[in-house]
Design a protein around this ligand. Structure first.
Ligand code: SF4
Length: 448
């Protein structure tokens, strides 16, 4: 079989960033990257273990991969084997198992496996420590690139397995980040998405005076070029309103924050070991919305945390209405290994958690639509990122405004607008975003 590799990546932007680096290594090694639905010689499963559902998805994919090509080499790597080595060692479809530290060696491990240098299964902890030199970041889209600035988290929110999966904070040296950013800007990328497990903790492990992620933004803003910076997420359990207010001076920083609130109830936040109250959180919201009423806010909320009452759940819904989010990712609570929430009493049934999540998504969708309608007639600076086609094969470009609103604009060919950023007048809500002006006809609604 020809040298083909398929990546199946679950979870966060850090996983996506790491998978894309690995894709480049496999390409450089003569592999063709194919879709995971196709037969491939190698399947790389970059796992996430943030919920039980994520674990299941990895297992299901590996079964499917072996059905597609029984002779394939399946590499399972990342957070799932890292946190649950005993369980993952029993998964028959996984030929090579790598933890988070070892995943960067995936290409070399596959090559060794193919050459029969590795005659038995690898398991976490078996690999020699080996440092890879950093490569340039592969793109997220043709105009937007992920830029990893740190790894790890030491906050131990009571529901979260990530500190066990990703370990303590490790920040990339500033010079390395800047070098990579310069290469990306020179190559033509117009948006750099700062990515990390907890970007707000940037620098916590470094010797020099630490202003957190603001130091990275400050340095990046000094680089020449027509580009913008987006923060993948910012943890309100690390930063407060005063810190966020200082970020507003950076004009290259997008007017969008992913601020994970997790609950609208102070009691639940305390149970979650989140170090802020709803009032603290709303102070951050006020700071950014006072500066720009169309500032985009997105968040994550867990439904059905152990002991969450109906009233506390309603507090989460009220918070969604109050903030006016552009997007809310709702997650039914999932008991994870090692976590203190997993030992709490008051577990809710799966049907209650799912029903609350259904209600949350309904409220969040209505709130997002109101937010999108409030933008109508405004001028937004948009970065077209890809050309998409409707069912009839007609093209339009799709991109994001500074505030992360998805915008669709007419184009006559499969080429992105050459000018990079474009200014558009916001039209009606369209698909999962808005139309650029009145360009798109109504008969193209709901077709993407
Ligand atoms: S801040 Fe909390 S939720 Fe976020 S990765 Fe760290 S422990 Fe997990």
């Amino acid at each position: 079989m020809t040298k083909t590799v398929a990546f199946y990546t679950l979870g966060c932007k850090v996983n996506q960033y790491e998978s894309r680096h690995l894709e480049e290594q496999f390409r450089a090694g003569g592999y063709t990257v194919v879709d995971p639905s196709e037969p491939a010689l190698v399947y790389v499963v970059n796992t996430c273990t943030v919920t039980r559902l994520a674990d299941r998805k990895s297992r299901q994919f590996m079964r499917r991969a072996k059905r597609q090509n029984p002779d394939s080499i399946v590499v399972m790597m990342g957070c799932y084997p890292q946190t649950n080595p005993d369980e993952t060692a029993q998964i028959p479809e996984a030929d090579i198992i790598l933890d988070n530290e070892e995943k960067k060696l995936a290409f070399h491990r596959v090559e060794a496996y193919v050459k029969q240098d590795v005659s038995q299964r690898c398991s976490p902890g078996m690999s020699p420590a080996r440092k890879e030199s950093p490569a340039a970041s592969p793109p997220d889209t043709p105009t937007r690139a992920l830029l990893k600035i740190q790894d790890g988290c030491d906050r131990f929110c009571s529901y979260c397995v990530i500190p066990y999966a990703r370990g303590p904070v490790r920040s990339r040296p500033m010079e390395e980040i800047l070098r990579e950013a310069e290469t990306l800007i020179r190559t033509g990328y117009r948006e750099l998405v700062l990515t990390g497990i907890n970007t707000a903790l940037y620098g916590a492990d470094l010797q020099e005076s630490n202003h957190g992620v603001a130091s990275v933004i400050d340095e990046l803003c000094r680089l020449p070029g027509d580009f913008r910076i987006r923060l993948g997420s910012l943890e309100p359990t690390v930063v407060d309103a005063a810190y966020v207010e200082k970020l507003l001076v950076y004009d290259k920083l997008c007017h969008h924050l992913h601020l994970s609130v997790q609950s609208g109830s102070d009691r639940i936040l305390k149970e979650m070991n989140r170090h802020y109250t709803v009032a603290d959180y709303l102070r951050i919201v006020r700071v950014v919305r006072d500066a720009d009423p169309s500032y985009g806010l997105t968040t994550d909320i867990i439904t059905g945390f152990p002991g969450e009452t109906e009233k506390e759940f309603q507090e989460s819904l009220n918070l969604i209405r109050r903030v006016g989010y552009l997007k809310v990712h709702g997650f039914p609570y999932s008991k994870r290994p090692h976590t203190s929430a997993g030992k709490k009493e008051g577990a809710l049934s799966s049907s209650v958690k799912k029903e609350r999540n259904r209600q949350l998504i309904k409220v969040a969708d209505a709130v997002a639509l109101t937010f999108l309608k409030s933008l109508q007639g405004q001028t937004l600076r948009v970065l077209p990122e890809e050309v998409v086609t409707d069912k009839a094969g007609r093209c339009c470009w799709k991109g994001h405004a500074d505030n992360f609103v998805t915008v669709y604009g007419e184009c006559s060919s499969a080429e992105l607008p050459a000018e990079g950023f474009v200014e558009v007048t916001v039209g009606e809500p369209y698909s999962d975003g808005v139309k650029a002006g009145k360009e798109l006809q109504d008969d193209r609604m709901h077709i993407l």
